[in-house]
Design a protein around this ligand. Structure first.
Ligand SMILES: [Zn+2]
Length: 234
């Protein structure tokens, strides 16, 4: 079992459907930055020599067999803070497969710097949200209005509220190119998740529904059109 799931014995699931588990030191399983799969990790502490810990840990992904290196950045004698130093990515969720290519480029750039500069990642993410929304709603209206349109089309209003809280829209919105001193890794991760949610809700799901409708027999489609008073077969 590559990912350690499915034995039916676990009291707590590793993750719920759609949930992203960020890499963290000593965690039993997380979404691997190499392969993107939720996979169990095998941990070992590397020695300096003869059993003296070097403050370096290695975790091996059970799915792709690649390894990650973690370093103990000791701020004070008794405080330990482990940071993933290899591979050099922040561990944010991977972009949705249906994300438009130009948005995905910004998204991945933000992922690559989130560990080193959460503020820089947030600034890039806010630009990427604008690009994404502009790709979905044409015209010159402002971002707030455009997101309102997406909500009218079926996007959950809570996404708009989340974007307000993340200072993408609303009175606290951060202007493009500005760095916000409040921005941290959690904010960057929430912005990644918002973008994936918008893509799933406004790109992936409608295209799945259209495909489902197209697969219906002609007679069933005609009956729907008659019932809804749509032009077509009568
Ligand atoms: Zn992996």
């Amino acid at each position: 079992m590559a990912n350690g799931l499915g034995n039916g014995e676990r009291a707590e699931p590793l993750a719920r459907e759609g949930e992203h588990i960020a890499p963290a030191v000593d965690k039993e399983a997380f979404h691997c930055p190499w392969c993107g799969v939720l996979a169990t990790q095998q941990w070992r502490e590397l020695d300096l020599y003869q059993g003296i810990p070097a403050g370096v840990k290695r975790s091996d992904c059970s799915n792709c067999q690649k390894y990650l290196i973690w370093v103990d950045e000791r701020i004070e004698t008794s405080i330990y803070q482990w940071r993933m130093v290899f591979p050099n990515i922040g561990g944010g969720p991977r972009p949705h497969v249906d994300m438009p290519a130009d948005v995905k480029a910004d998204y991945n750039e933000a992922r690559s710097i989130v560990a080193l500069s959460p503020r820089g990642a947030c600034a890039l993410n806010r630009l990427a949200v604008q690009k994404l929304v502009n790709a979905l709603v044409s015209g010159n209206s402002d971002l707030n209005t455009k997101i309102g349109k997406l909500v009218e089309q079926g996007l959950a209003p809570t996404v708009q509220q989340a974007l307000d809280a993340l200072r993408v829209v609303g009175n606290n919105a951060v202007h493009p190119g500005e760095l916000d001193l409040q921005d941290d890794t959690e904010t960057a991760i929430a912005l990644f998740e918002c973008m994936n949610l918008i893509v799933e809700d406004r790109i992936t799901r409608p295209s799945r529904i259209t495909k489902l409708y197209e697969r219906l027999p002609d007679k069933a489609k005609a009956a729907i059109q008659r019932r809804d008073g749509l032009p077509g077969q009568s």
